[in-house]
Unconditional design. Structure first.
Length: 256
């Protein structure tokens, strides 16, 4: 390691060992990370023993999430969807749960967002954190509008998810600064403006041009033009391929 070891010894008195090692001085990023880790550790201490109601229909995702939550000292109860979550809240005192962790799209197309909106209306003091893999900006807007406390993407790493859970449990409103970027065919999601995204959302819901035009207050000609632009941008040959790809990448959700 390029260091030295010196020994000084005197009979009847003992020995003195001097070890010199060469190290680089830590930069500011290192200390910033240390401070962040300490802050998270302190936040974790404050939330130990809190009760979480998890709405997640996928068994594997639920197992991973429960393990993550229990590792930071939380007590977790799971239901499979938003409908069961609402029913659970109506059956027991609202104060039984400190936080609801809600998946957006669960079994039988049950909307976690709609369930969260209903819970906030009936139990406004209950904290809710949306946890989703869907990237549609409309989802963020609707969650903010419903005054839901937090929003987190499943694409985030465990430390980010843990930090957001801690923040919401400690009384903060926590939303992502930006939406993760994904690719749809040849185009990045950031390259699609909001007008085209609105048309893409309706197209992914299975609507025909006339229905899309009526919903978005556009002419049928304009709708056709937007869909043509989207096909050119993404490289998909027809509207069906485009709609399937948009749904698969979860860049849009059903607008209903």
């Amino acid at each position: 390691m390029g260091g030295t070891i010196d020994v000084e010894s005197e009979l009847g008195k003992g020995s003195k060992f001097t070890v010199v090692l060469k190290h680089h001085l830590a930069d500011e990023k290192y200390y910033a990370q240390v401070n962040e880790d300490l802050s998270l550790l302190n936040a974790n201490k404050n939330i130990r023993g809190k009760h979480i109601l998890l709405a997640e229909d996928n068994d594997l995702n639920a197992e991973i999430t429960i393990t993550l939550l229990e590792d930071i000292g939380l007590i977790v109860e799971r239901v499979e969807d938003g409908i069961q979550c609402v029913a659970k809240m109506e059956q027991i005192p609202a104060k039984s749960y400190d936080l609801i962790l809600m998946d957006v799209c669960t079994a039988m197309n049950a909307s976690g967002l709609e369930a969260a909106v209903k819970i906030k209306k009936n139990f406004p003091a209950v904290k809710i954190l949306i946890l989703t893999s869907q990237l549609d900006p409309e989802l963020l807007r609707r969650a903010r509008e419903a005054k839901i406390e937090g929003f987190c993407y499943k694409l985030s790493d465990d430390s980010e998810i843990t930090a957001e859970i801690c923040a919401v449990l400690n009384g903060e409103n926590d939303y992502p600064d930006e939406i993760p970027v994904v690719k749809i065919g040849n185009a990045w999601s950031t390259e699609i403006d909001w007008q085209h995204m609105n048309v893409l959302r309706e197209l992914s819901a299975g609507k025909m041009d006339e229905e899309i035009a009526k919903t978005l207050h556009l002419s049928v000609y304009t709708v056709k033009k937007y869909i043509s632009h989207l096909k050119d941008m993404t490289g998909y040959r027809n509207r069906t391929e485009l709609a399937v790809a948009a749904s698969r990448t979860q860049v849009v959700i059903d607008a209903t």
